[in-house]
Design a protein around this ligand. Structure first.
Ligand code: PEP
Ligand code: MG
Length: 567
């Protein structure tokens, strides 16, 4: 048995499919004649083009026309006569096909990257992709294709990326095991959105398991059982059925108000990563969206989404929600979220670096494009703007001033928008906690991002398995931070919500009710379970729990106490 972090609940029983990044190493020279090598290159090129076109055809229906076009562009680029003649020249001089390809691709990559022009720099990313794909063909390395995984597959991978998830056929994937990532890493969030049981951060698992091996994973406990016995299989099949039955029973909460046992109504909304997820939130009876992570729009694209593309995405979500709230967070990149075409530098401490609002306020053109798209979309629904990673008052003031500037622009062009649009602060840094009273005067609302708040309060990288034991929201330091934020927000009369994963944690819910949290934003799949737990606590009972919990001195004591009073 292997232990990891339970990141998406449920039991998965199935056969392992390992997705491994293989080393693309090769000999720079060859014993073959240049003619033979050129012929080998041409054959590989034909295969690359055929494979790419077949993949594009398949993607048209499974992913989308736009993504398919990008892939088709890759095939066209490698067939470019100039590029091909340069590669041939290299082979004429004795290079192996692999070396010739790499040399010329690298030349193009350097050339594109040095222009400083965003669109041209994007071409560099395309060439990198092409180089990798074509090298795999030349070396005879077959890439594992997740979209072809048969029913009952357990994916085992170093890390699950958003682009990988586009190939996942949900019904066929029984579970996900990764080597990296914590409970709030983006692989975890993606797995939960797909409702696939997942265990993350299992050290060395890609090497330890073998293709086709049977395993059981428990996504709540974070365990992986390799080669299970008959008895274990029987036991876990029963557990899986019980889990699915409980999930079915939650459906009775559809259509109910979200209220405590004594009738205090709170808001229960969903977290989304793209406009299509909005439908899922509505289907799960979410009362709006409390966090739209817009960086996924940027991460899922090979180039910067234009104002029009962003406007359409935000408008689409707004139209699905009608007048329900839609809190859209402005671009939150950096940390564990990379966007290659933005050309961000590698940093020693990415979580403490040039990210989120810091990056946006230095790249005002990019930020203004997003804010303009948001403002235009605000004419179609109840959109609110949320700013991530705020650490000082100046940042929120700067954002508000950009919003005003764009409003004036839109006015002069006669373009509609909501001129009372709210601008809120995501409370997720220690600095924001310390100045919560000041920020509450500037912001129209707060939303507590406990994923980062825990990271920054405890000084613990949220994705680092070695320090995962410190990464817990039950730490008295984090609980005090949450309480303080809610008190400061409430004193100024602004709405205080929570969009970090703790909002859906049944152990945390009595405390959040007691502190006076007024909005819970959770993944679509947690909406009904959260409504159920909220309905089980009266405010008075919750107060008693909070009083006791806030006197405890260690994380362990808090966790054990909250566990002991679970209903
Ligand atoms: C958070 O930090 O709690 C949060 C909701 O944002 P993200 O997980 O995207 O950093
Ligand atoms: Mg965050």
């Amino acid at each position: 048995m292997y232990n990891g972090i339970g990141a998406s609940s449920g039991i998965g029983i199935g056969k392992v499919m390992i997705i491994k990044e293989q080393a693309l190493s090769y000999a720079p020279t060859t014993d073959a004649t240049p003619e033979q090598e050129i012929e080998r290159y041409k054959q590989a090129l034909n295969k690359f083009v055929d494979d790419t076109m077949a993949k594009a055809e398949q993607m048209k229906s499974s992913v989308g026309e736009k993504e398919a076009e990008i892939i088709m562009g890759h095939a066209a680029m490698l067939q470019d006569p100039y590029m091909n003649s340069e590669i041939e020249k290299q082979m004429q001089s004795g290079d192996s096909a692999e070396k010739a390809l790499e040399t010329i691709c690298d030349m193009f990559i350097t050339m594109f990257e040095s222009t400083g022009d965003e669109l041209t720099m994007q071409r560099a990313t395309d060439v990198k992709d092409i180089k990798k794909g074509m090298l795999s063909v030349l070396l005879g390395i077959e890439e594992a294709d997740i979209s072809k995984a048969p029913k009952g597959t357990i994916i085992v991978v170093d890390d699950l990326t958003p682009s990988m998830t586009t190939g996942i056929v949900k019904e066929n994937i029984a579970g996900i095991i990764t080597q990296t990532g914590g409970k709030t890493s983006h692989s975890a969030i993606l797995a939960r959105a797909l409702e696939i049981p997942a265990v993350l951060s299992v050290a060395g698992v890609v090497e330890k398991l073998a293709d086709g091996q049977q395993v059981i994973i428990d996504g709540s406990k974070g365990t992986v059982i390799d080669t299970p016995t008959e008895e274990q299989l029987k036991d876990y099949t029963e557990k899986r059925n019980k889990f699915l039955k409980e999930k079915e029973e939650l459906k009775k909460y559809i259509g109910m108000a979200t209220a405590t046992a004594d009738g205090k109504v709170v808001e229960l909304v969903g977290n989304i990563g793209n406009p299509d997820n909005t439908k899922q939130v509505v289907e799960c009876d979410g009362e709006g969206v409390g966090l739209f992570r817009t960086e996924f729009l940027f991460m899922d694209s090979d180039s910067m989404p234009t104002e029009e593309q962003q406007f359409e995405a935000y408008k689409k979500a707004a139209l699905v929600l009608k007048d329900k709230p839609l809190i859209i967070r402005t671009l939150d990149i950096g940390g564990d979220k990379e966007i290659p075409y933005l050309g961000l530098k590698k940093e020693e401490n990415p979580f403490l670096g040039f990210r989120a609002v810091r990056f946006c306020l230095e790249n005002t053109q990019l930020y203004k494009t997003q804010l303009r798209a948001l403002l235009r979309a605000s004419a179609f629904g109840n959109i609110k703007i949320m700013v991530p990673l705020v650490t000082c008052v100046d940042e929120i003031r700067a954002v508000k001033s950009l919003v005003k500037e764009i409003m004036a622009d839109l006015d002069s062009q006669g373009i509609a928008y909501n001129n009372e649009i709210q601008v809120g602060v995501m409370m997720e840094t220690s600095a924001s906690v310390m100045i919560a009273d000041l920020l509450a005067k500037e912001a129209d609302f707060f939303s507590i991002g406990t994923n980062d708040l825990t990271q920054y309060t405890m000084c613990v990288d949220r994705g680092n398995a070695d320090v995962a034991c410190l990464y817990s929201v039950y730490n008295p330091a984090v609980l005090r931070a949450i309480k303080h934020i809610i008190e400061c927000g409430s004193k100024e009369g602004i709405m205080v919500g929570m969009c970090g994963e703790a909002a859906a944690d049944p152990l945390m819910i009595p405390l959040l009710v007691a502190f006076g949290l007024s909005e819970f934003s959770v993944s679509a799949t947690s909406v009904l379970a959260t409504r159920k737990v909220i309905s089980m606590w009266s405010q008075q009972e919750a107060q008693q729990v909070a009083q006791k919990a806030m006197q405890l001195e260690t994380e362990k004591e808090v966790a054990e106490y909250l566990q002991s009073i679970q209903k």
